[in-house]
Ligand binder design. Structure first.
Ligand code: TXA
Ligand code: MG
Length: 319
């Protein structure tokens, strides 16, 4: 199929309303959207991405009223986090309404809900006039797209349209928080940090261990966010071998980081998050075999960076 490239959110929304699938920018990464109530459109999303059917989608909304279309039970903890962080890079998981198709939530009884703050995403979602289910707009297993060209690379010819925006602001996917119980549990780290959640609800915590997270969030079972190149985590660039064949991403330090075929030195951890996935894709385009990624302290957005680096460096792959 021909994939339409457009900058017009209403034109993109009209395609959703006709049952098509459209990639669109958000403040985190680009998403691949479908009407959450249209089962054949949802099936096209899984097909285009090559996504395992047991990995649930996040429903994106334009207004708080749309929460009621997706869930019948907004817990107190969800209400508090929604008040503080919507719109923004936070996904709250709640019990799903019976009207939401099982395909959208991979047969789970819960649904992830997020209201992006990106103005173009908001204009698009408003024009859709329905919640839009949207995973990240990459082929399954690849790094999420942070520029529209990355969507073209992965999904060009496989989806109806791409709504063109700028490079995404955050660069990593939203923080996913299970709010079905009294205590919010972070299922996936993101730029809304555990510390920020704890300012609102002090007992908020990370998933206790991998098993816990895997059982709650099926997507975490699958390999994610990976370039073709081998990803190696290092404390410092001095541990990198064969620099002339390798790439390095990290932050400034006293140790000179020179001699790599590609290198990206970031001034802040926010910049590291912003650039990471794009750097992975640039390295793949250049045929780099090994990408050395400098580890960061696991506080604030450092937790999300380390989570993505760990997943990218895992060797097992199931799609
Ligand atoms: O920033 C984002 O979240 C982006 C943009 C497009 O909004 N979307 C995104 O979607 O990253 P996706 O499908 O690539 O990742 C969704 C994650 C997966 O790990 C999935 O398992 C988890 O959220 N998830 C979705 N619904 C869930 C649910 N009901 N219970 C537990 N985990 C859920
Ligand atoms: Mg994804």
């Amino acid at each position: 199929m021909d994939t339409l490239l457009t900058t017009d959110p209403e034109r993109a929304a009209a395609i959703i309303c006709r049952g098509g699938i459209v990639a669109f920018p958000t403040e985190t990464v680009y998403g691949l959207g479908a009407d959450v109530f249209n089962e054949s459109a949802l099936a096209k999303v899984f097909e285009a991405k090559g996504r395992p059917a047991d990995n649930p989608l996040i429903a994106h909304i334009a207004s708080l009223e749309q929460v009621e279309l997706l869930t019948a039970t907004v817990t107190d903890s969800a209400r508090a986090l929604i008040d503080r962080f919507f719109p923004g890079p936070l996904t709250v998981v709640l019990a799903k309404a019976p009207t939401v198709p099982a395909l959208a939530t991979a047969r789970l009884e819960t649904i992830g809900i997020r209201m992006p703050r990106h103005p173009l995403a908001q204009a698009f979602l408003r024009a859709c006039a329905t919640p839009v289910a949207a995973p990240s707009a990459n082929r399954s297993g690849r790094p999420s797209p942070t520029i529209y060209q990355a969507v073209v690379e992965d999904l060009g010819g496989r989806i109806d349209a791409i709504l063109i925006g700028e490079q995404t602001e955050v660069g990593l996917e939203s923080t996913v928080v299970d709010c079905t119980g009294d205590v919010p549990v972070v299922l996936r780290a993101g730029s809304i940090t555990l510390e920020q959640l704890q300012e609102i609800i002090p007992d908020s915590r990370g998933a206790r261990d991998d098993l816990d997270a895997t059982e709650r969030s099926p997507g975490t079972r699958h390999r994610h966010y990976s370039p073709r190149a081998r990803v190696v985590m290092v404390d410092s660039a001095e541990y990198a071998q064969n620099r002339s064949e390798a790439a390095f991403i990290g932050f400034g330090s006293v140790i000179p980081m020179t001699g790599f075929r590609l290198e990206r030195i970031c001034r802040t951890f926010d910049e590291y998050a912003h650039e990471l996935y794009l750097f992975f894709r640039v390295c793949d385009a250049e045929g780099i075999e090994t990408i050395y990624c400098q580890t960061v302290p696991e506080t604030g957005i450092g937790r999300a960076i380390m989570d993505r680096l760990r997943r990218a460096s895992e060797q097992s792959s199931d799609g």
